[in-house]
Design a protein. Sequence first.
Length: 138
Amino acid sequence: MKRISITSVATLCTLVLSAVAAQAQPNGFASDGKTNSCVDKARASENPTVNILAVGRAKNLARQSAESANGGLGNYHAEDAMHGPIGGVNCTANDNGTMTFTFQGGKPGFTTPTVQTTVTVDPTNWDVKVDSNGPIGS
């Protein structure tokens, strides 16, 4: 009986989390219908749901790497697109399966971004590489 209950709870949690993830970013599009090559590649794959969720995880890892590289959340905030739907970010699906995100940010509360960051994420092992991080235009 205990085993059935644990299995039922695990199944229910999986279903609820899948529904929440699907509702949060339907089809990977931003609210204005934007998309990018990472989302397009994920949607065309054999397992689009898993791959769209992977783009979201990669986006979050890229943003968190930029936050760390720029002194933490007290010193840096990525552009709003990096906090929203995956279709609204600048993401390039590379031929080797990695995803490269290019985005801007600045001091918390900024109106004009001062830093541009490029981060590449490998979804096979979740390795993250900050390719560039510095003043915009440098």
